[in-house]
Design a protein around this ligand. Structure first.
Ligand code: PEP
Length: 277
């Protein structure tokens, strides 16, 4: 075997080993409701419908990230689903009109918070802002879900460097142990449902980037430190989720549009739960 084939073989074995390890731990399904639905009543109904439709879960953790102002109502409905937020202030407290602090979210019952989503990056948020938000979340015990992903794929594979820079700058100055507990969501912007002329990603697109992300992270935290969980997001639905979970090399998925349909979202959860049986 020549050097290149040998290293491909090793990467493949590492991937197989990792998939076997993933099967032993809980997968995670995260819903990003974005700026939906338009009333607390509808939010309560959507949440309750999902709670009723899913079985008791042994292998899957389900997180719903609604708009901030529904958190309080939703936490009263059920503990079967964990709550998260879609953004957090980089500041601790004080004169920051419109911001919601990490401590407020924590006190409102959120456990997770999405950071660096492409829809926020498109409105001017940079890697250094995301870095501050992650630090702010970690300081109160929230688990940041760091979104990374390229807007487009180029033939010279420059998109790998873009994701590398996002990871390095967003995780700058964060301790190894904390990086272990962060969740990374690979979300190629070209596959997200809100992108004009979006395209479907396939599990192989996801897998190659996930292998790359694991390499960047293991260079940063070392092989002895636990690897953070990695999710895939980009128009995941109840038909293609199995492929991403089985062949995409991920520990779960981040779901936008399909999470607004209780039946589709609960089917996604059921597929995930059945995989580990
Ligand atoms: C998202 O924007 O985080 C997302 C995954 O959205 P969708 O599933 O709608 O592409």
């Amino acid at each position: 075997m020549d050097g290149v084939n040998q290293s491909n073989f090793l990467v493949f074995r590492l991937f197989e080993w990792y998939n076997a390890e993933v099967a032993k731990v809980k997968r995670i399904i995260v819903a990003n409701w974005k700026m939906n639905p338009s009333s607390v009543k509808e939010a309560g109904k959507l949440f309750s419908d999902v709670v009723k439709a899913i079985p008791s879960l042994k292998n899957t953790e389900v997180v719903i990230c609604p708009p901030f102002l529904y958190l309080e109502q939703l936490r009263k409905i059920s503990r079967k689903i964990i709550l998260g937020a879609q953004d957090v202030s980089s500041e601790e407290c004080g004169a920051f009109t419109g911001d919601v602090s990490a401590e407020m979210l924590f006190n409102m019952g959120a456990k997770y918070v999405i950071t660096g989503h492409s829809e926020r990056r498109a409105r001017g948020e940079g890697n250094s802002d995301v870095n501050k938000k992650i630090k702010s979340a970690l300081s109160v015990g929230l688990v940041p879900i760091l979104c990374v992903g390229e807007s487009a794929r180029d033939e010279s594979h420059g998109y790998f460097n873009l994701v590398k820079t996002q990871l390095e700058e967003c995780l700058n100055g964060i301790q190894k142990a904390s990086i272990s507990n962060i969740i990374i969501a690979y979300e190629p912007v070209w596959a997200i449902s809100s992108t004009v002329n979006r395209q479907d990603a396939i599990p192989a697109d996801c897998r190659e980037m996930v292998i790359f992300i694991r390499k960047i992270i293991s260079d940063k935290i070392g092989v002895q430190t636990k690897m953070p969980k990695i999710l895939y997001g980009g128009s995941v639905n109840d038909k293609d989720v199995e492929g991403f979970l089985k062949d995409g090399g991920v520990d779960g998925v981040l779901v936008g549009r399909a999470s607004l349909d209780a039946e589709k979202f609960s089917n996604i959860i059921k597929v995930c739960e059945a995989l580990n049986k």
